[in-house]
Structures are given as structure tokens and as C-alpha cells.
Design a protein. Structure first.
Ligand SMILES: CC(C)(COP(=O)(O)OP(=O)(O)OC[C@H]1O[C@@H](n2cnc3c(N)ncnc32)[C@H](O)[C@@H]1OP(=O)(O)O)[C@@H](O)C(=O)NCCC(=O)NCCS
Length: 193
């Protein structure tokens, strides 16, 4: 098994795994083209996109940032043309989604704490510990370059397996908050120590 930084040629398989594993998520509803542009933004710093391979096959990925400070603007700048094209498609097919994207980005920019962030992690179903290996590699990569804690958010309701996964990996609850349309979420934190 190997974890490495993703390349542009990995984006299609990253998005295929995202579509398989995040079926009810908002970002998924924005479609394959949007997701390719979204993850492409993570290929440049302050974005981070790691993939895990088993037998030379990509079986999962982790996307995040070195700092939440203005990150969504930086993500946009990292792939301005791609996001512009994706934005036009979303505006024509699902205009209300643009309001939600704006609301989420606005909330993210109002966080009171600076942290590195795990924004998306996903593996193919396995009994080999892909998720834990990938998350550890993500932490090692982030902590080798930054002193900030790592944060992540996850659903509060009907999400015991993922919550247990993060707790087992050493994350503690920092707060519970309401996201878009009162969706209750945890924010977890892990310090660099
Ligand atoms: C959350 C997620 C990333 C966790 O990754 P994962 O690969 O499932 O997690 P693990 O590293 O614990 O490994 C998976 C299994 O391998 C098992 N395992 C770990 N090490 C092992 C080993 N050495 N030998 C055999 N089995 C092992 C684990 O016990 C676990 O089994 P379980 O699923 O029955 O509990 C993954 O489930 C996922 O992609 N979920 C969908 C997307 C999602 O919700 N992401 C999080 C959003 S906040």
C-alpha cells in the first residue's frame, strides 16, 4: 500500500470514488464536471490532495488545506477557469446550489480559529484499514509543514461509524454547530503533539 500526492491524471478516479461513497452529499449533486474542477483546485498549495493505492490501484483519497484562512478563495484562484466553467453549468442547471456554495464558503471564512483542515476523505470498502493509513499519512504530511492543529467536520446525526473512526484516530470534539439549513455537525480537532 502506498500514499502519495495526487496528479491531474488521478482526478477522474478520485471523482469516481467520491461519487460511489458520497452519494447523498451536496457536492455530489453538482455533478462530475464540477467535482473534477473542485478537486483540481486541491492539486496546488495551500490545497492538499493525497491518494492511497493498493496494488497500483487508487482506492481512496484525502483532500484538505494547510490553513482555513481564506482557503475557499485560494481554491477558486487555483483553478479559476475550471470553476468559472463549472459555475456556469451549475447556474443553468441548479441555480439554488450557488446560494448554498456561497453560504458554506461564507460560514467557513467566519471560523474563530486557524487550523489545517481535512475537507474530504473517502476510501473504497475494505478490510485493510485504508482510511486509517490515509488519514495518518495526511496528518504526517500536514504536520511536517505546519504547526496548526488539523480540523474536520462531519455529520452529527446517523453517522456513528465515521464519528468512531475519527475518535479512534485521536480527534476530539471541538464544537457542535448548525450548517446549511440547520444540519447539525461536529467540528473535530487534533493537535500537532
Ligand atoms: C470514513 C472512511 C474514510 C473510513 O475509512 P475506512 O477505510 O473505512 O476505515 P478503516 O481504516 O477503519 O478500515 C476499514 C476496515 O478495515 C479494518 N482493518 C483495519 N486494519 C486492518 C487490518 N490490518 N486487517 C484487517 N482489517 C483491518 C477496520 O477494522 C475496518 O473494518 P470495519 O469497516 O468493519 O470497521 C470510509 O468509511 C469512507 O470513505 N466512508 C464514506 C465517505 C465518508 O463518509 N467520509 C467521511 C466524511 S466526514
Amino acid at each position: 500500500m502506498k500514499v502519495r500526492l495526487a496528479k491531474e491524471s488521478d482526478l477522474k478516479v478520485v471523482v469516481d470514488i467520491h461519487l460511489k461513497r458520497f452519494n447523498d452529499f451536496f457536492l455530489t449533486s453538482l455533478g462530475k464536471f464540477f467535482l473534477i474542477q473542485f478537486y483540481k483546485g486541491f492539486l496546488k498549495e495551500p490545497g492538499i490532495l493525497l491518494i492511497i493505492e493498493d496494488n497500483f490501484k487508487v482506492v481512496g483519497f484525502a483532500a484538505g488545506s494547510f490553513s482555513n484562512n481564506g482557503f475557499f478563495k485560494k481554491l477558486l484562484v487555483n483553478n479559476l477557469i475550471g470553476f468559472a466553467k463549472a459555475g456556469i453549468i451549475v447556474a443553468l442547471s441548479n441555480p439554488s446550489a450557488l446560494i448554498r456554495i456561497g453560504s458554506n464558503a461564507n460560514k467557513a471564512s467566519r471560523e474563530d480559529l486557524e487550523f489545517s483542515e481535512l475537507l474530504s476523505i473517502c476510501t473504497l470498502p475494505n478490510k485493510k484499514g485504508y482510511g486509517k493509513i490515509l488519514l495518518k499519512a495526511f496528518e504526517n504530511y500536514v504536520f511536517s509543514k505546519s504547526k496548526l492543529p488539523i480540523s474536520l467536520t462531519t455529520d452529527f446525526c446517523n453517522n456513528e461509524k465515521t464519528v468512531t473512526f475519527y475518535k479512534d484516530c485521536g480527534y476530539s470534539i471541538y464544537k457542535v454547530f448548525d450548517s446549511y439549513k440547520d444540519r447539525k455537525m461536529y467540528r473535530f480537532l487534533k493537535n500537532n503533539d
